[in-house]
Design a protein around this ligand. Structure first.
Ligand SMILES: *Cc1c(COP(=O)(O)O)cnc(C)c1O
Length: 388
């Protein structure tokens, strides 16, 4: 039998990692020892006290049934408390917080609540692909906002044409930013709030990396800005903060009417987050936070090691202030893909070509700091031997 896939699947952008995957498999076959800076998935385990909470929760029959709805009230209250302590922002746990099966799930589904065919969604590029994928699934059109180094990796809102603004329903921003490691300040967030209010555009900040910061410089929340809650929401995740990518839990918070739309979409296609995972996440948010401090200091040492190592071998790199990514300019005369290929072939080092995440990523490669110090040391030794 022949199956015709839907048009929306044919609209998915080409998966640029296929070529990299092929090269990686080839290198493995040749017996090359690969150091993988490609994927942004924490290599460290979830902290012990959170795992212990999960063990206890799994014995509770009340969590064995459909969880349904916006999440356990206790979980949402824990998020509310955490938000108040971390950002000084008051959230109504009943109406302004919604649990998600990982923030990717919410980011991919929110479009279904607000985007009709013909509507425009403003998406950054290079970026996490899900903002645009959500647009495709909803039948909308993404308008891409380049994130350029000369603009500190912030989108240039003034350059968005009037016609696009008129059709736009949502704008996605992501600070601290994957892949560029750019950070937003209050001034930028204020401009986005004004932009959203003026043009009636929902503002969505993906704050998955809000807790992965260095040198004590804490990123701010978009919701700290006056008026932000009137125009937008923020996505958060336990994935990066507590090394919980495999658990699938996150949340959206902010404007209640926007969350209501997301909730309506979700309650008709999923049945909530496993209660025991929510219970363990309450422990994560309410429990001791020294594990997060420890996670940050591990990434900070790795960041210093790799950025120094790259710098000494002629690369132009800025130490990121947040996220676990190093966004490095490629050596002169090379494209992103050529650089990634050479790193793999000559040194067994796997990285992500910047253009795989958007055309403005051309000229950069992304190194993910999810590799331990011994392996980073080995990678730096190998980098020294490459002639560009
Ligand atoms: C990792 C990541 C997420 C979080 O994904 P989860 O689904 O919560 O695991 C969201 N946005 C960006 C930009 C990410 O890199």
């Amino acid at each position: 039998m022949k199956f015709d896939y839907s048009d929306r699947l044919s609209q998915l952008p080409p998966y640029v990692f296929i070529e990299i995957d092929r090269k990686k498999k080839e290198a493995v076959k040749q017996g090359i020892d690969i150091i993988d800076f490609g994927v942004g998935d924490p290599d460290l385990p979830t902290p012990q006290h959170i795992r212990d909470a999960m063990k206890r929760a799994i014995e509770e029959p009340k969590y064995h049934r459909y969880p349904f709805g916006p999440g356990l009230l206790e979980f949402r209250k824990a998020i509310g408390r955490w938000y108040k302590v971390r950002f000084g922002v008051e959230l109504d746990s009943e109406n302004e917080i919604h649990a998600l099966i990982g923030s990717k799930e919410g980011i991919g589904h929110i479009h279904l609540a607000f985007v009709n065919p013909g509507d425009v969604v403003l998406c950054p590029e290079p970026a996490y692909p899900v903002y645009n994928i959500g647009t495709i699934y909803a039948g909308g059109t993404s308008y891409f906002m380049p994130l350029l180094e000369e603009n500190d990796f912030l989108p240039d809102l003034d350059s968005i044409p009037e016609k696009i603004r008129a059709k736009a329903k949502m704008i996605f921003i992501n600070y601290p930013n994957n892949p560029t490691a750019g950070c937003a300040n209050k001034d930028f967030f204020r401009r986005v709030v004004d932009f959203g209010r003026k043009h009636n555009i929902i503002v969505i900040n993906d704050a998955a990396y809000s807790e992965i910061y260095y040198d004590g410089k804490k990123p701010i929340s978009f919701l700290e800005l006056p008026g932000a809650k009137e125009v937008g929401i923020e996505f958060h995740s336990l994935s990066k903060t507590y090394n919980m990518t495999g658990w699938r839990i996150g949340w959206a918070c902010g404007n209640r009417d926007i969350l209501k739309g997301l909730s309506m979409v979700k309650e008709n296609i999923d049945s909530g987050v496993f209660g025991a995972i929510q219970a363990a996440s309450i422990e994560a948010l309410n429990g001791p936070q020294d594990c997060v401090e420890e996670i940050r200091s591990i990434y900070q040492r790795r960041r210093d090691m790799l950025s120094e190592g790259l710098g000494k071998t002629g690369w132009k790199v800025k130490r990121p202030e947040a996220t676990f990514y190093i966004w490095a300019r490629v050596p002169e005369g090379y494209s992103s893909l050529q650089t990634v290929e050479k790193l793999l072939e000559k040194a067994g080092i796997l990285s992500t070509p910047g253009n795989a995440l958007g055309p403005s990523g051309e000229g950069y490669v992304r190194f993910s700091l999810t590799v331990d110090e011994n392996r980073i040391k080995e990678a730096v030794d190998r980098l020294r031997k490459i002639k560009w």
